[in-house]
Design a protein around this ligand. Structure first.
Ligand SMILES: O=C(CO)[C@H](O)[C@H](O)COP(=O)(O)O
Length: 216
């Protein structure tokens, strides 16, 4: 499958979100990635439903929402009301992950499961058949602009093998430090969806950067 690109809104200009979302709408981006942080699961607070609702009204790309919060199952119904396409929850934040994945599906969304850098992909062996996406964090979640953790490349290869062996349809997304040097190596290792924040939004030509990632 062609590489999909999901720009991370965390690196956008929050004083002019309209301009940045207009850019996303014009661009070749496939999805828009939104990072919700609660200051408990991760040491930072980003934004919540008021911003997601506003963005969903003007964004023409499907919303790919990444919840870095404890007990994300509390917000499944509320997330579905935003019109989101994908709800990503952390493996580390869900006590009953199987139930949560099925509740996300019942609410009409695709279900993504996210792993922190230190969580092995083997933890997903018994849920991989049921998920639409695995999001591998290639930085410790909480902040944009961090350095890529090199071990992610091996994790992608291991996950690709696990998905093939299970006959799962899950796609692999990677988030954190995705830029010109790391993106081609991630795609070569088997990544389907690239999330990128700083590299896109801090560029003088963000649409060109998205186009270059799509071409990988
Ligand atoms: O989830 C995130 C942080 O928790 C961000 O989406 C991620 O870090 C992307 O930022 P950048 O591309 O600037 O590294």
């Amino acid at each position: 499958m062609a590489t999909l690109v999901s720009p991370s809104l965390l690196a956008a200009n929050f004083l002019d979100l309209q301009r940045d979302i207009d850019m996303i709408n014009r661009s070749e981006a496939d999805w828009l990635h939104l990072d919700v942080m609660d200051g408990v699961f991760v040491p930072n607070i980003s934004f919540g439903f008021p911003i997601i609702d506003a963005v969903s009204k003007i964004c023409k790309k499907p919303l790919d929402i990444h919840f870095m919060i404890t007990k994300p199952e509390r917000y499944i119904a509320r997330t579905a009301r935003t019109g989101a396409m994908m709800m990503n929850v952390h493996y580390e934040a869900c006590t009953h992950l199987n139930r949560t994945v099925h509740e996300i599906h019942e609410a009409g969304m695709k279900a993504g499961v996210t792993l922190n850098p230190s969580t092995p992909v083997s933890m997903l062996e018994d849920i991989i058949q049921d998920v639409d996406m695995v999001l591998l964090m290639s930085v410790n979640p909480g902040f944009g602009g961090q350095a890529f953790i090199e071990n992610t490349i091996n994790k992608v290869k291991r996950l690709r093998r696990m998905i093939a062996e299970a006959g799962s349809k899950a796609v692999i997304e990677v988030d954190g430090g995705v830029q010109a040097e790391t993106a081609p190596r991630l795609v070569a290792a088997g990544v389907d969806v690239l999330v990128s924040g700083s590299y896109i939004f801090k560029s003088s030509n963000p649409e060109g950067v998205i186009k270059s990632l799509k071409a990988l």
